[in-house]
Write a protein that binds this ligand. Structure first.
Ligand SMILES: [Zn+2]
Length: 253
């Protein structure tokens, strides 16, 4: 891999930011070209700074970074999309923040993941319009798990490879997927699935994101599918995702 030039262009999504000193900000960028990069935005908190709007979470940028001593420096940024509809409703802010945290926690610094970048920018755009984003969130989690290399097994039992359909199937986040009734009998834990939940999970990989943003599952099935996907995210990325607690609070019950 060739080292980046001293000044280089990126497309970036702002994952998070914090203040530094009187007027500066440090932004964590997810760039399409170089993965996750922390950069200093000098003077970004000044009232007339051109960088202030460009250093808010879930803004998509075309930016220029320059190599610094410790951190990169954000020298130029043009906002491509600020996803304004996301900011009007706490529930959408909650989902968007969760998507950003999944990406932030799941990626190493500088790990290139253009597929995940495309996924995140697409899912934020769809989230602006989605009336009930729950299934969109599940479709995002599925694709993110695949990008991270943690694809749960849905087509056959993780222990003996038996086909899984109908009644008695268990999804086990710690075991990485479905268990057939025979293997489930000797395992503790897991989520005992309704046949409709087995089917909904098996359809998730083939479900286009745009369709997921418009559809919803019956409540009992949705609860189980959520438990399976969120359980898998927690299993691989850590149990204590800050945004999941927030999302839980702002979600309509
Ligand atoms: Zn089995």
């Amino acid at each position: 891999m060739t080292p980046p030039l001293r000044v280089y262009p990126v497309r970036a999504l702002v994952l998070r930011r914090h203040n530094l000193g009187e007027t500066d900000r440090i932004v964590r960028l997810f760039t399409r070209e170089h993965g996750k990069v922390d950069a200093i935005a000098k003077g970004a908190r000044g009232p007339r700074s051109r960088l202030s709007g460009a250093t808010e979470p879930f803004v998509r940028l075309r930016a220029q970074l320059s190599k610094g001593q410790n951190l990169e420096v954000l020298t130029q940024a043009v906002v491509e999309d600020s996803y304004p509809e996301l900011r009007k409703e706490l529930m959408r802010v909650g989902y968007a923040s969760y998507f950003l945290e999944v990406v932030d926690v799941g990626l190493e610094d500088r790990q290139e993941a253009p597929g995940l970048w495309d996924l995140l920018s697409e899912v934020l755009r769809l989230l602006e319009r989605a009336t009930a984003p729950e299934l969109l969130a599940r479709a995002f989690e599925w694709r993110a798990l695949v990008e991270f290399g943690y694809e749960p097994r849905l087509d056959e039992c993780v222990v003996d490879g038996a086909p899984v359909q109908g009644a008695g199937i268990v999804f086990h986040p710690q075991r990485g997927g479905m268990l057939c009734p025979r293997c489930a009998a000797s395992q503790r834990g897991g989520i005992r699935l309704l046949p409709d939940s087995v089917q909904a999970l098996q359809e998730l990989p083939g479900l286009p994101l745009a369709a997921a943003a418009r559809a919803s599952l019956p409540p009992a099935v949705a609860r189980q599918v959520t438990a399976c996907l969120v359980g898998s995210v927690r299993q691989h990325l850590g149990a204590d995702l800050r945004t999941l607690r927030f999302l839980d609070e702002v979600q309509p019950k």
